[in-house]
Design a binder for this molecule. Structure first.
Ligand SMILES: [Zn+2]
Ligand SMILES: [Zn+2]
Length: 350
């Protein structure tokens, strides 16, 4: 089946319309008409081959929300018309240790929603900057109908990326949590941690972000350039979620952790600066990483948002504004996530 998409043909090229082929639904597949797709930093990195593993043409997009348009004969969980989402993965081996533990994101055979070789007509997976997608049932998520559909999409990447470490490190009422960075991921971390009942501190470089952070639900703001305030905050946090999307020095944050506290990095930034061992040894503090979340945990997150009403702040764009949106994303000029209204896809399907 042919469908319209926006694709990058090379690292230097802008995204432009392209007709792509989706597979005919297998017995356990769900066909989805895409309503909205969020714009993640990974989309930009992939389109421009920043990580060196992009295969072209590349259709980014792994924050997909849509309605089921058809289901295969063995599909049990979904019916035509259901509101569903697809996040960063569309397949995994289903029998390794992580898969059995419901942590398919750590499966060695994980198939990402875009840019993973999949033996299809296109040669690799194509993401959500498209009118239509076909995904096996196990990787389709159910979206609570009470949520504002136009704002749901970023939950399945930015949302789960921050929800998962909050759950892994058992954040709950009274937990002292800090969030570094107030972008797409950081603003979700603040909202989700606050909804779990934690006391949330936003750590930012500039005092100008203090009001924004509090509007998102932060209880306190710590300015990282304020040496006295940073000293005063020593040993305070059980968990620091570091969402900074570029290389940065984490040494100043380590003393802020309490005994056994963890700083968890969720942005894929590559080689980091040297890490001083003293704060780690003296407080048994840890540096960890975390990748999205499993399918079951992602569903739990969507249900949690359905109950609590947590949603990202989004700026809606048309499909043909994507290149401009990438430029703004690079400058962090978005409050806080772009979402593409897929009804704006230009008509060129052939
Ligand atoms: Zn993402
Ligand atoms: Zn597996």
């Amino acid at each position: 089946m042919k469908t319209a998409s926006y694709a990058a043909q090379a690292a230097e090229s802008l995204l432009a319309p392209m007709t792509i082929e989706r597979r005919e639904p297998h017995a356990n597949d769900v066909s989805i008409d895409i309503l909205y797709c969020g714009v993640c930093h990974s989309d930009l990195h992939t389109a421009r081959n920043d990580w060196g593993w992009t295969v072209y043409p590349a259709v980014p997009g792994h924050e997909i929300v849509g309605r089921v348009s058809a289901v295969g004969s063995e599909v049990a969980k979904y019916n035509i018309g259901d509101l569903v989402a697809v996040g960063c993965m569309v397949d995994s081996c289903q029998h390794c240790k992580p898969c059995h533990a419901g942590e398919e994101q750590y499966c060695g055979h994980r198939v990402d929603t875009y840019n993973t070789p999949d033996g299809s007509a296109m040669g690799h997976t194509m993401g959500g900057y498209s009118n239509h997608v076909v995904v096996r049932e196990e990787f389709v998520l159910s979206v609570p109908e009470n949520l504002d559909t136009a704002r749901v999409a970023p939950l399945v990447c930015a949302g789960i990326t921050t929800y998962s470490p909050l759950r892994t490190w058992n954040v709950g009422p009274g937990s002292q949590v800090a969030v570094i960075g107030l972008g797409g991921l950081g603003h979700m971390a603040v909202k989700l941690a606050a909804a779990m009942g934690a006391h949330v501190t936003a750590i930012t470089r500039s005092a100008s972000k203090a009001d924004e952070a509090k509007a998102l639900g932060a209880d306190a703001v710590l300015i990282s350039t304020d040496t006295a305030a940073m000293k005063h905050a020593a040993d305070r946090f059980e968990l620091i979620i570091d969402t900074v999307p570029v290389k940065h020095d984490i040494n100043p944050y380590m003393p802020l952790l309490e005994l056994d506290g963890t700083l968890v990095i969720v942005g894929q930034v590559g080689l980091m600066q040297e890490l001083h061992t003293a704060p780690m040894i003296l407080g048994r503090r840890r540096v960890a990483g975390s990748l999205i979340g499993g399918v079951a945990e992602t569903q739990e997150m969507l249900d949690f948002c359905g109950k609590t009403g947590v949603l990202p702040e989004v700026e809606m764009i048309r499909m043909d504004q994507i290149n401009e949106a990438y430029e703004r994303l690079e400058k962090s000029d978005v409050r806080y996530r772009f979402v593409i209204d897929m009804s704006s896809m230009p008509a060129f399907e052939g």
